[in-house]
Design a protein around this ligand. Structure first.
Ligand code: ARG
Ligand code: ZN
Length: 895
């Protein structure tokens, strides 16, 4: 917390440090109130630095006890957290010894060394290490760590740090020690320690090269039976990275530890990944299919960081997407390979795009818009964003599209050959992929392509085609443009890979593609590479009037305006060879109906038969997978609709129309929903695989629609069946599906079901989070009691602002994921938001800043919401004490 404006860090100001730290010996005397840290550093002057240049170490919230250089006392000063040694020894290398203390039990920010559930845990990315000891806490300073931990043996029987265990012994006074050594030089953000009372699941595996490894998943006593899935995911991740990218596990021992208080999903500390319990613990009785899938992908993500992040790390934090975008791409590919079928892959792709549109598109259109490689920040923790992660992954995916699967592998090989052990930049990565693929569109247009790293905002792609029947020619004109974003008034054309096909309008067959001047057709699908602001592509020998199917598989993160009418979209929904674009056509048909009804105040008109028939046909099509049908029948979210509308957004109007659309679909397809529910019951034992999950998802959607329709028409049969299913369900997916159906329809049975659910799972934190979140996101218009309920839940004995999962479940659930209940005309939702942001900021700035982002898009709102929202943001901005985290968010929002 500080007063006055925060400092802005700029990418262009990067300079190598004057000193390197080559090795670190740390000794911890762990005590919750006062932990003593002794640090012995081998410091080496940078070849370019002047002898005796000042050595400036980072520190935050520490108490310094002593500081020696080469065993002698050395003069130092402390300046705004920094430890400045003005006259270090003027030799090329020397030893620095530091002793300091920190207070883990007072650390509610959960950055640095903190306590949770009676144990010690660390989180150092991005700048938490300086909250443990003084250091050059920047990712380009890589050192070899040896760590000794000393603690009370009864309270903290397990002592872990990175790398390999060298020694373990008992000490006097009931204490014990463990000494760890990590042979790989690493930046400080990858340091970790754990001291706690934990139990672990172990598995020995043999890699392809015959090497043995020990895998461990450490959890609290009582949670061991919920670790099987995480362990399986870890084993599969190790095998996948070896098979797909030739990247083996490089440590004898690889540990995963779960902790109940954690700001993020998980952290890839070298050899000692620390996870939010949410991404480790699962049993069929307590976790849904989505939870199982989340665990699989986060375990994989952190494991894959071992190469993309740890072996090759970031030169500076502006390069964060170098590791995050690439690693998200890798975990997405892993999940797709695990899911198996082409259809299951498409479903995962649809999920990824839904998420991109719901979170990243709004970010890119709002005050926090930033390039994948940002140019400046004041608090780096604010840049662990959907843009850096998910759009960053799209950038990597486009490279893979442009160079092909084998080309991408060759590029990755070259990247490791060149940079293993280094701290590098996004440019280095793109260059390696391009250099391994000379002659590719990526290599010939690398400059255009790299606009994806530099320019913020979602580019707009416009496509217009015309068919000349007599000449059998189809001309397609593509135009790209970009709206201004903060600090970037003008946008340059980039490189947009447009994967496409032409679908015959009459019978939906895939037409052969031959561009003018080409000798022969190149199949029925190809990538058009757009590098200019406008380009025209002429297809010849087009034997029938085509419907263009563009941006297949979402081949670039853009918004597409292709001007297609309903008739064309219906052709794509029924026939497109690309499953993603089939889904997209269905979404656009639904979206079109909502947008058309938006002006004015009238109810949604009755849905047309063509649309209903098309959806019914998908639902009943037995060649399609249930998971895919579930996706097609799922309507675009209110947040996405608001984003497409873009300005003068009336959240209540969007909610009402979408509810009416859902209501009409529930009633018009009633018999089909009954069939879908009954036909998709899983008879065999629970497995969290894609096939079973798809069946459950569709059955749960059907049940939701049936309960909705029943409650609307006063019928009690389906709500009763839902309640029964809620009581009897053999797994959490079905139980929670039935419970949400009752809550969603505001059935009178919702309250008793919620009470019963709480009683059944009392004490199971992750399930109780679901209970809070379901109520926070309950489908209610602002006139309903949503806010009152959330306020009452804050008083519940199980609620705590200090636990990030719990705070997120309730507060982000309400402020970010329940637009209809949050955007009240009386502004009470905004007042509540401001109060909670300020309250949370005093405890945990990172978490508060996340919640603060609920108001990013206030400018896009219509009155009276817009003015009321502005006022709430301004109130937070004017608060006397604000963290840099929250200050940056609200200041940008008001700019
Ligand atoms: N590197 C971690 C991951 O993506 C996330 C760490 C986020 N830390 C933070 N301070 N925001 O796997
Ligand atoms: Zn990551």
């Amino acid at each position: 917390m500080r007063e006055g404006p925060a400092t802005v860090i700029r990418r262009e100001d990067y300079a190598a440090p004057a000193y390197w730290i080559r090795s670190v010996e740390l000794t911890f005397d762990l005590d919750p109130a006062k932990t003593i840290v002794a640090s012995r550093l081998t410091v080496e002057r940078h070849a370019d630095a002047a002898p005796g240049a000042p050595l400036v170490l980072h520190g935050d919230g520490l108490v310094l006890l002593r500081c020696l250089a080469d065993g002698e006392s050395v003069s130092f000063r402390q300046d705004d957290g920094l430890l400045v040694i003005d006259n270090p020894p003027d030799q090329p290398s020397f030893t620095l010894e530091i002793r300091n203390t920190c207070a883990p039990e007072k650390n509610t920010q959960l950055s640095g060394l903190y306590t949770s559930g009676g144990g010690f845990f660390t989180q150092c990315e991005a700048e938490g290490f300086r909250r443990i000891t003084y250091f050059l806490d920047r990712p380009d300073v890589m050192a070899v760590y040896t760590v000794t931990l000393r603690a009370d043996k009864a309270k903290y029987p397990v002592l872990l740090s990175n790398g390999n265990l060298l020694e373990q012994a008992d000490l006097p006074n009931g204490r014990h020690m463990a000494k760890w050594h990590d042979p790989f030089p690493k930046p400080s953000y990858l340091f970790a320690l754990v001291a706690a009372d934990l139990v672990c699941r172990e598995q020995r595996i043999t890699a392809r090269n015959g090497k043995e490894h020990l895998l461990q998943v450490h959890v609290r006593r009582g949670d061991l039976d919920k670790t099987e899935h995480a362990m399986n995911a870890l084993i599969a991740s190790v095998a996948w990275d070896e098979a797909r990218f030739g990247l083996p596990l490089d440590l004898e021992r690889f540990m995963v530890v779960a902790v109940g208080d954690f700001n993020m999903g998980a952290m890839e500390n070298k050899g000692l990944n620390i996870f939010n319990t949410k991404y480790v613990l699962a049993s069929p009785a307590t976790a849904t299919d989505d939870d199982f899938a989340g665990i699989e992908s986060v375990v994989a993500h952190e494991y894959f960081h071992n190469w993309t992040g740890n072996r090759i790390t970031c030169r500076d934090w502006f390069q964060l997407s170098l590791k995050e975008g690439l690693t998200v791409y890798r975990d997405q590919e892993f999940s797709m390979d695990m899911a198996g079928s082409a259809s299951a892959r498409a479903v995962l792709r649809i999920d990824a795009v839904r998420n991109l549109r719901a979170v990243q598109f709004p970010e890119d259109a709002g005050p926090m818009a930033h390039p994948v490689r940002p140019d400046s920040y004041s608090e780096i923790n604010n840049f662990y964003t959907a843009t850096v992660y998910e759009k960053g992954a799209e950038v990597v995916r486009m490279m893979a599209t442009l160079v092909g699967r084998a080309g991408f592998r060759a590029g990755m090989d070259l990247y490791f050959q060149r940079h293993d052990g280094q701290a590098v930049t996004c440019d280095d990565f793109a260059q390696a992929i391009a250099d391994a693929n000379p002659g590719s569109a990526l290599a010939s247009h690398l400059g255009h392509f790299k606009q994806w790293y530099a320019q913020a905002g979602t580019p707009r792609l416009q496509a217009r085609g015309s068919y000349n029947e007599a000449a059998r020619r189809y001309t397609l004109t593509l135009r790209q443009s970009g709206a201004p974003s903060p600090g970037q008034p003008e946008k340059q054309p980039g490189l947009v890979p447009v994967l496409m096909g032409l679908v015959a309008a009459d019978d939906g067959r895939a037409l052969p593609l031959k561009l003018e001047g080409e000798a022969q057709a190149t199949g029925t699908e190809r990538v058009l590479v757009l590098t200019e602001a406008e380009q025209t592509f002429t297809f010849v020998n087009v034997e029938a009037p085509p419907v263009p199917s563009l941006l297949r598989g979402f081949s670039a993160p853009v918004t597409l305006d292709d001007g297609l009418d309903d008739a064309a979209l219906l052709v794509l929904l029924q026939h497109d060879a690309d499953a993603f674009n089939r889904w997209e056509a269905g979404q656009r048909l639904s979206l079109g109906r909502l947008l058309a009804a938006l002006p004015g105040d009238a109810d949604l008109p009755p849905l047309d038969d063509a649309y209903l028939q098309a959806l019914r046909r998908v639902l009943r099509d037995d060649t399609l997978d249930p998971a895919f049908k579930d996706q097609v029948l799922q309507l675009p979210s209110e947040v996405y609709v608001a984003e497409v509308v873009g300005s003068e957004v009336n959240p209540q109007r969007i909610h009402r129309l979408r509810e009416q659309l859902r209501g009409q679909l529930a009633s018009a397809l009633r018999d089909d929903w009954v069939w879908a529910f009954e036909a998709h019951q899983v008879r065999e034992g629970y497995r969290p695989n894609a096939a079973q999950a798809g069946q459950r998802a569709l059955a749960n959607q059907a049940l939701r629609m049936l309960v909705l329709d029943a409650v609307a028409s006063g019928d009690t049969v389906w709500p009763g069946r839902a309640y029964q299913r809620f009581k009897d369900a053999g797994n959490m997916t079905d139980r929670f599906g039935a419970l949400s159906a009752l809550v969603d329809a505001q059935s009178p049975l919702a309250e008793p079901a919620l009470a019963r659910f709480h009683a059944l799972f009392a004490g199971d934190d992750l399930v109780i989070d679901k209970w809070f979140n379901l109520q926070a996101t309950a489908n209610e218009p602002a006139s309903g009691g949503g806010l009152q309920r959330v306020k009452a839940l804050m008083q519940h004995a199980d609620f705590s602002l200090k636990n990030p999962n719990r705070a997120r479940a309730l507060l982000s659930g309400f402020c970010r994921d329940n637009p209809a209940a949050f955007h009240r005309t009386d502004a009470a939702g905004y007042v509540f938001w401001a109060d909670r942001v300020l309250e949370l900021d005093a405890i945990n700035p990172q978490l508060a800043a996340r919640l603060a982002r609920a108001m990013d898009r206030w400018r896009a709102l219509a009155e009276p919401w817009r003015s009321a929202a502005r006022e709430a943001v301004a109130r937070v901005a004017a608060a006397p004490r604000l963290s840099d985290d929250v200050r940056e968010i609200v200041t940008k929002a008001l700019d």
